[in-house]
Design a protein around this ligand. Structure first.
Ligand SMILES: [Zn+2]
Ligand SMILES: [Zn+2]
Length: 283
């Protein structure tokens, strides 16, 4: 399994990306749902300080201190620098838990600050936050996970296999390839529809889609399905789109329209998944 998500706008949102053992946001109910699997999380990235993304953090930190597992494993929590709600909640949690068994580090990060997740030989994965537009006073981030990949340099593209092997033997594989960064995953957090440059070429895109009906949106703080369809239409290189942060009012509508949406995105060559607001999503 790669992803485990619970997300219901206004109530609770959390996303586990298993290959890197990352938890994005910590909505309420997460430790109850995870049980001893809280120890499977290595690092937390917070998108912003709204309650539905943050309120499970105290419980999570405590459960990890007391449940059955490696209680001494350190943990880092990255968050948008100067996010007041997160910093106040951090101070409260640390005040209330002066004797945690493990090292906990709250790390404020700036836009485009790269954090390395894993390095082994030429394999390298890192994550970078980007600014999003959510509510006026909220410092909010989305995140992209990058992986270093190699591709054949343009000048060697037309060669056949035997010629290519000959050149590899002569010059070495590194000489004939360019290194580039593949966007493995982009997660939006709460925001307006992301701009194209964020979306383009992201293998998996997890995007908020709070409103399935544009007329239900009173403040322009979240994304509607129509806006998302419009921007995805112009995008390129997205293989998989996961809609989350759907309002609970669409519990039935989301199920009713699911097949229609899947078909719509399939025509663009994109696999679509919906995180229904009433159930755990696993992929
Ligand atoms: Zn939210
Ligand atoms: Zn929010």
């Amino acid at each position: 399994m790669e992803l485990k998500i619970f997300s219901k706008a206004l109530y609770s949102t959390w996303v586990i990306y298993k290959p890197e053992r990352i938890l994005f946001d910590v909505g309420e109910g997460i430790s109850t749902m995870l049980g001893n699997s809280v120890y499977g999380i290595k690092v937390i990235f917070l998108t912003h300080g709204h309650v539905d993304h943050l309120s499970g953090l105290w419980g999570f930190i405590n459960t990890r201190n007391a449940a059955m597992g490696d209680r001494e494993k350190p943990m880092q929590i990255y968050y948008p620098v100067n996010n007041i709600a997160i910093e106040k909640f951090r101070d409260f949690i640390l005040d209330m838990n002066p004797r945690l068994r493990y090292q906990i580090q709250f790390v404020p990060i700036k836009e485009a600050e790269r954090i390395f997740l894993r390095k082994a030989g030429s394999f390298e994965r890192s994550i970078m936050p980007f600014k999003t537009f959510h509510t006026v006073n909220e410092r909010s981030f989305g995140y992209t996970i990058y992986e270093k990949r190699k591709k054949l340099k343009d000048e060697y593209k037309d060669l056949d296999k035997t010629e290519l092997i000959k050149i590899i033997n002569e010059k070495g594989r590194d000489k004939i390839s360019d290194v580039y960064e593949k966007k493995i995953l982009t997660i939006s957090g709460d925001c307006h529809a992301l701009p194209l440059e964020r979306i383009n070429n992201s293998e998996t895109l997890i995007h908020e889609c709070t409103f399935l009906k544009a007329e239900d949106r009173r403040n322009n703080n979240h994304t509607t399905i129509d806006e998302l369809i419009e921007v995805i239409d112009r995008s390129e290189g997205v293989k998989r789109l996961i809609l989350y942060h759907i309002s609970g009012r669409y519990m039935n509508l989301a199920k009713k329209r699911e097949a229609e949406f899947i078909e719509l995105f399939k025509r663009k060559g994109i696999e679509l998944y919906i995180v229904h607001p009433d159930r755990l999503f696993c992929l």
